[in-house]
Design a protein around this ligand. Structure first.
Ligand SMILES: *[C@@H]1O[C@H](CO)[C@@H](O)[C@H](O)[C@H]1NC(C)=O
Length: 363
């Protein structure tokens, strides 16, 4: 993903510049606006059937929609990485702007590319016409909403969004590279406007959706980082400028994954906090709904190990493959200005689940 590389680069740049305590404010070089934000909405978003707000915003504020979309993609990638060795690994969620089955009434869980090729898919859809709101859906709603806010706030602070308040503060106290208090609010407002479905909150599912989207926006607020910078004669803190910026998306994802682990089943008399994730229905057992054949269930090298094949492979057994990979190691800075590394050989053992067809596809 181009934007991932860009964001990473700017985060790095920010780390470097922020150690300069006396860097003059407002003298920060604005990174150029990436092409993807200049090109306007792609047609799938322009004609989004899921959200009319996206269609409209694509015409008036395309950079905002694209920043939000890219933020969501990146959030999902962090989530998949974070839940890599969990039974549900976030990977088949789909972008909320594309109206993925997981978030739809009558949708189904674990409906990935694998399932789409499956002849039983039809049956699965027919049997799940009741509104579903799984624990997994709650995370996707909240994470999408948080990631959209994060994407817009970040793009805003980088000066990539025309109508964003941070732009007007260039050279003034409020502005700081990678951080702009106004950008945060702009992102949160944009996320709410883009992802909230308009109309009455009639169904219970819609109510749960709305709650979880809000919990996502709150996650961005709860994880904000305050930064201050001193100005004055050689580091004396006579004057101080403070602002708030968003945490990294990894951090926000981790925060929401913890909320997901403690998500609450919502019933009419439930007492839930605004920051809680809520769901309506117990999730189906992966072992009964999806083939785990070929899934990577564990990984290890000489010193580290991760995963649990007995659980993830539903008792079907697994096989281990040995890989030898070449990596850069023992790197040293050589004046001026090279990083010189040795090539090292690393051994890895990858375990994958053995193949047997799923026991049943109906839940
Ligand atoms: C094993 O993997 C971990 C995590 O990626 C890494 O930090 C460590 O250096 C690796 N150990 C060896 C001996 O390759």
């Amino acid at each position: 993903m181009r934007t991932t590389a860009l964001f990473t680069f700017f985060v790095l740049l920010f780390e470097l510049t922020s150690s300069e305590n006396e860097a003059p404010l407002g003298k920060v070089v604005q990174p150029p606006k990436p092409n993807i934000l200049k090109q306007g909405c792609p047609s799938d978003l322009l004609h989004s059937r899921a959200l009319r707000s996206i269609q409209l915003a694509c015409r008036s504020h395309p950079s905002t929609v694209i920043s939000a979309f890219e933020g969501i993609q990146e959030g999902l990638a962090h989530c998949a990485n974070r839940l890599r060795f969990q039974q549900w690994d976030c990977s088949e969620a789909g972008n909320i702007m594309h109206d993925p089955p997981l978030l739809r009434s009558g949708g189904c869980l674990f409906n990935g590319a694998q399932a789409a090729r499956d002849p039983f898919q039809e049956v699965l859809f027919r049997y799940s016409s009741i509104p579903l709101g799984f624990r997994e859906s709650s995370l996707i709603w909240a994470l999408s909403s948080a990631s959209a806010a994060w994407g817009v706030a970040t793009a805003c602070a980088q000066g990539w969004i025309d109508d964003c308040a941070c732009n007007n503060h260039l050279g003034q106290n409020e502005y700081e590279f990678g951080g702009c208090t106004h950008g945060v609010q702009h992102g949160i407002t944009a996320s709410r406007k883009l992802l909230t479905k308009v109309g009455a909150v009639s169904s219970l599912l819609r109510k749960v959706e709305k709650h979880n989207l809000k919990a996502g926006r709150l996650a961005v607020k709860k994880t904000l980082i305050s930064s201050c910078k001193c100005h004055g004669v050689s580091g004396s803190c006579q004057q101080k400028t403070c602002w708030k910026r968003t945490a990294t998306l990894e951090h926000i994802t981790d925060y929401l994954v913890e909320k997901y682990a403690r998500a609450k089943l919502y019933t009419d008399d439930s007492v839930v906090k605004t920051t809680d994730l809520i769901y309506l229905e117990a999730s189906p057992d992966v072992c009964n709904t999806k083939s785990v054949a070929g899934r990577v269930c564990a990984w290890r090298n000489e010193t580290h190990t991760q995963g649990d094949c007995d659980r993830l492979c539903c008792g079907n057994g697994f096989s281990i493959r040995h890989e030898v990979v070449r990596v850069k190691c023992d790197c040293e800075f050589v004046w001026c200005c090279n990083l010189v590394c040795k090539d090292c050989i690393q051994h890895r053992w990858i375990s994958t689940c053995n193949g047997t067809p799923p026991k049943s596809l109906i839940f």
